[in-house]
Write a protein that binds this ligand. Structure first.
Ligand code: MN
Length: 259
């Protein structure tokens, strides 16, 4: 359990599992800035998004000195880490460094981003970090430092969520701020047969190379730039008036309290 300290408390997690090289690299960076608690899934939980284990028990054990493994999802790890292993709300939740990009619609599937989002929901500034599978962790580190320094300089109370992706052979020394683009995959449902002749399925094909619209994370990383996308919890579309007209009902302003 982390004892009180003047240094900022940083909770580090991931979805690739507590033994992945990426989380070890991220924890080493975090230790340059604060007191670190590592709490991550005991196994690879990539692609579990924001799932939480409400119907099964979680085991928590020390995987190595200062690093806790949880038999659950990345969100479980932030929940247990922030509320049980940490003695105060972490200043920062870092998630990654994920082996593989999390771009565009990936943020709805990614356990890496899910964990960071949970950190934001629990009142911490949060950063998800992912890299191209061909990139090496040493090249990612300077970009993480740039963003972590900015996050630690922000006031607490209005937590932000950032999504950082770093390509191989990255250009420059600062990420380009982008919006979410469109990730394209070769969609696959692969039907196979088990030894009894019954069908089973593998879903999810490999990513396709897509250029993406200018200004998006897909676009920036395709051009060799690190991409930083600020995300919001409120994904309401800016079309409330149009929908109010289509539905023909009262607007929220019509039914709101006047006083
Ligand atoms: Mn992963």
């Amino acid at each position: 359990m982390a004892a009180g300290s003047d240094r900022p408390l940083i909770l580090v997690t991931n979805d690739d599992g507590v033994h992945a090289p990426g989380i070890k690299a991220l924890a080493e960076i975090a230790a340059e800035y604060g007191e670190v608690v590592v709490c991550a899934p005991s196994q690879d939980k990539s692609g579990v998004a924001h799932s939480i284990s409400l119907h099964e028990a979680l085991r928590v054990f020390e995987a190595r000195a200062g690093a806790w493994a949880v038999t659950g999802t990345p969100v479980d790890c932030v929940y247990v880490g922030a509320l049980h292993l940490c003695d105060r709300t972490p200043a920062l939740v870092l998630s990654g460094i994920n082996h593989g990009y999390n771009l565009g619609s990936d943020v709805y599937y990614s356990g890496t981003v899910g964990a960071a989002r949970e950190g934001q929901l629990r009142g911490s500034h949060a950063l998800a970090v992912s890299h191209d599978r061909e990139a090496n962790l040493a090249d990612v580190a300077p970009f993480v430092r740039v963003v972590v320094e900015q996050l630690l300089g922000l006031q607490a109370g209005m937590p932000v969520l950032l999504n950082l992706n770093v390509p191989a052979n990255v250009q420059g020394d600062r990420p380009v701020v982008t919006r979410l683009g469109q990730r394209v995959y070769r969609d696959l449902v692969d039907e196979r047969r088990d030894l009894q002749g019954r069908p089973y399925f593998w879903i999810g094909g490999p990513p396709e190379k897509a250029d993406g619209q200018e200004g998006t994370d897909v676009w920036a990383t395709r051009r060799g730039f690190a991409s930083l996308t600020p995300l919001t919890l409120d994904c309401t579309a800016p079309t409330l008036d149009a929908w109010t007209q289509r539905i023909g009902g009262p607007s929220y302003a019509d039914v709101g309290d006047d006083d």
